[in-house]
Design a protein around this ligand. Structure first.
Ligand SMILES: *[C@@H]1O[C@H](CO)[C@@H](O)[C@H](O)[C@H]1NC(C)=O
Ligand SMILES: *[C@@H]1O[C@H](CO)[C@@H](O)[C@H](O)[C@H]1NC(C)=O
Ligand SMILES: *[C@@H]1O[C@H](CO)[C@@H](O)[C@H](O)[C@H]1NC(C)=O
Ligand SMILES: *[C@@H]1O[C@H](CO)[C@@H](O)[C@H](O)[C@H]1NC(C)=O
Ligand SMILES: *[C@@H]1O[C@H](CO)[C@@H](O)[C@H](O)[C@H]1NC(C)=O
Ligand SMILES: *[C@@H]1O[C@H](CO)[C@@H](O)[C@H](O)[C@H]1NC(C)=O
Ligand SMILES: *[C@@H]1O[C@H](CO)[C@@H](O)[C@H](O)[C@H]1NC(C)=O
Length: 620
């Protein structure tokens, strides 16, 4: 949709671009285990509840890949070379019943789509027709435990650099340089012991180094492989980075324990005490006496953090542990839309409520597991009055009929005494505030943000007008928006009645003590939230200069001065930002946060504005 203002807007946008070229997106991360990490998994990959990434188990002919959720720009804005990067990871390969196979690799690839790739000696990266094709633009560092003569492998325990195919351009038997004794010490890749790797590329020198050592060793001063490579001629500008592993007729479990990465700078070191431990061999069917979840302390667990990733997870061992916990048929009742669980089921699924996720409003969240593939988040609400409890239960039936892809769906509930337990599907990526407000997550690009905004709008439209009875959310804010693996928004914690918060999302009419939330107050909170999403900050930030403390006021001033785009989060990549959409969202945010409820649009209109099927009403 091209509005009459678009020319002026483009000019503003161009001016803005000029002032912003220096603000590059930061690309650095450090993961001890992968719980809550932004990792996309393919094939046989799964994350154990300890955070351990398992690419394959010891079944035959498996392929597993896992990629960092966002592409990384390898384009150097300052020169025609690519960028320097540094990455470090810890892997372990535990052989199956016979000899190990086939291997694991670190991959830089323009795409995460490896459909058609073969296992075995193609390592889950190539097949007979794609192997060696220069248009692949794939660079990999392989840790290969099988000697494949047709691929010209040097032995069955080597490290190699692969460019577009599994016939390596450089390889060496696995070893590390011992600085004290000044000699190479060979290393068995498939020993089941963790091995730390450093892959470093200096774009000025154009040298790629690969160094490895047992986890308990310092970094050797000399790399195992050191290869001159002009990467800008090999890889493309935007790439996905990650791991792939494959088994064949010989098999191993391939694990990654931790991973750090940095563009232009050294990848952070691991705190090895924070890495997840490996499962005890032999894994099959031996119930583990260890606590099944070594819950990692989260730096930020005052917020609602549903970060229990483990999508397929801990598998058989955990099943063994759960054994008796897996719910029995007669513990489950269906009432209307809601599945009612017995207290015992909920209690044992959450390990007696000891896997604390976070606290929000009147409830505390715990993670749990009903069945090996059914990961749940349980909200425990303590009702102070009998009246509150009854109205809560009355709400549950309505909530449980809600089914929408942008809402966290209620699976069921349970109650005991004055406590009510709401059981939700677990959503892997955690809450939106962690992406917007902290640097521990990758920066969301514009198209992700716009999609998230549209998703939240659709969820609210559904609650307000499309489900059986109107449901008021009552607490729209970024910590209540969860992101699934594809970064689609799922709005949670809805329909639980009258809550007040002091996060700047509360409509002015709600300040009165007797006021109750309405659709209009939801729209107000939605307006604040979408402005936060564009600006990458919270509604109220007391540490800002006075004119910027209230985000909505500041954006409104920007609107009056025709400088709206300057409010936008500086971390958003300017090249892919769509000024028209940014302005639409900010103006819509201002409209929704109008002091007068009558002026605010209803959610159905909001969705139409966002979809572009209806123009925004006149701007002033
Ligand atoms: C490996 O994983 C697959 C799929 O999750 C499962 O069917 C198979 O039994 C597992 N194999 C072993 C040896 O654990
Ligand atoms: C580009 O140059 C700027 C300014 O000298 C510097 O801060 C930045 O790190 C450089 N970026 C890269 C990728 O070399
Ligand atoms: C190899 O993979 C490509 C890309 O997915 C696919 O088009 C092709 O058919 C595959 N070749 C073979 C021999 O399977
Ligand atoms: C150690 O191994 C590397 C790679 O195989 C080799 O280039 C180097 O010469 C070896 N160094 C010593 C001291 O043997
Ligand atoms: C790679 O190793 C060589 C040889 O030890 C060293 O001179 C160079 O600085 C290293 N480069 C990087 C990027 O680590
Ligand atoms: C790359 O090598 C150059 C020259 O040796 C050095 O000045 C620069 O700091 C190195 N860059 C990185 C990122 O290590
Ligand atoms: C590296 O490759 C790029 C693209 O092929 C080319 O433009 C550049 O000149 C090369 N750099 C050197 C130093 O050869």
């Amino acid at each position: 949709m091209i509005t009459s203002k678009s020319i002026t807007l483009s000019i503003i946008f161009l001016l803005y671009l000029v002032s912003c070229v220096s603000s590059q997106r930061e690309t650095k991360f450090l993961n001890h285990g992968f719980l809550g990490a932004n990792l996309l998994k393919f094939g046989s990959s799964k994350i154990h509840s300890s955070g351990l990434l398992e690419l394959t188990n010891t079944s035959m002919r498996q392929i597993g890949q896992a990629f960092h959720g966002f592409p990384i720009s390898f384009l150097n804005p300052n020169s025609s070379n690519s960028v320097s990067f540094s990455t470090s990871f810890v892997f372990a390969i535990t052989p199956g019943p016979t000899t190990p196979g086939h291997g694991l690799s670190f991959v830089i690839s323009p795409s995460m789509d490896f459909t058609g790739a073969f296992p075995s000696n193609y390592l889950g990266l190539f097949n007979t027709s794609t192997n060696g094709n220069p248009s692949n633009r794939i660079l990999a560092v392989e840790f290969d435990t099988v000697q494949s003569v047709e691929m010209k492998d040097i032995d069955d325990n080597h490290v190699a650099i692969d460019q577009n195919g599994v016939v390596s351009i450089e390889s060496a038997p696995a070893a590390f340089f011992d600085d004290r004794e000044a000699k190479n010490i060979s290393l068995k890749l498939a020993s089941g012991e963790p091995i730390r790797v450093w892959v470093e590329y200096n774009a000025t020198e154009m040298i790629l180094n690969v160094t490895l050592a047992p986890l308990d060793r310092l970094k050797p001063s000399l790399p195992l492989l050191s290869r001159k490579l002009n990467l800008s001629g090999i890889i493309s500008q935007e790439n996905y980075i990650g791991f792939a592993a494959a088994t064949g007729t010989v098999t191993s479990s391939h694990f990654v324990l931790g991973w750090s990465f940095s563009i232009e700078g050294k990848a952070s070191d691991f705190d090895i005490t924070k890495l997840p431990s490996l499962p005890d061999p032999p894994p099959p069917f031996s119930p583990s006496p260890n606590p099944p979840v070594s819950a990692k302390k989260n730096s930020n667990n005052t917020k609602l953090i549903i970060v229990f990733v483990a999508s397929g997870t801990f598998g058989l061992m955990f099943l063994g542990f759960l054994g008796v916990c897996v719910f029995r048929r007669n513990n489950t009742f269906f009432t209307g839309g809601a599945r009612k669980f017995s207290y015992q089921t909920i209690s044992s699924a959450t390990g007696g409520f000891n896997r604390f996720l976070g606290e929000e409003n009147s409830g505390r969240f715990f993670r749990g597991q009903l069945a090996p593939t059914e990961i749940i988040a349980v909200k425990r609400i303590t009702c102070s009055t009998r009246q509150q409890r009854l109205s809560m239960i009355a709400q549950i039936d309505a909530i449980s009929r809600v089914r929408h892809r942008n809402l966290v769906n209620l699976i069921g509930y349970s109650s005991r005494g004055n406590e009510i337990y709401l059981v939700y599907k677990y959503v892997p990526n955690g809450s939106l505030d962690r992406f917007l407000l902290s640097n521990e997550r990758p920066v969301l690009n514009w198209s992700d943000r716009f999609n998230i905004i549209k998703g939240i709008a659709k969820a609210l439209q559904y609650l307000h007008s499309e489900c059986q009875s109107t449901l008021i959310h009552g607490n729209v804010k970024s910590s209540n928006v969860l992101l699934d693996e594809e970064l689609h928004a799922q709005l949670g914690d809805y329909g639980q009645g009258n809550r007040q918060s002091n996060t700047g999302h509360v409509a002015p009419e709600l300040v009165e003590a007797t006021a109750v939330p309405t659709c209009d107050t939801d729209v107000f909170a939605f307006g604040v939230l979408i402005i936060e999403i564009v600006c990458g900050r919270t509604a109220i930030e007391p540490t800002k200069p006075p004119e910027e403390i209230s985000l909505v006021n500041w954006v409104f001033q920007g609107f009056r001065k025709n400088k709206l785009l300057e409010c936008c989060d500086a971390r958003i990549n300017r090249e892919e930002m769509v000024a028209r959409e940014v302005l639409l969202v900010l103006k819509l945010g201002l409209l929704c946060t109008n002091r007068s409820p009558q002026v605010r649009p209803v959610m159905r209109k909001v969705v139409q504005y966002l979809d572009g099927t209806e123009p925004l009403p006149h701007d002033d």
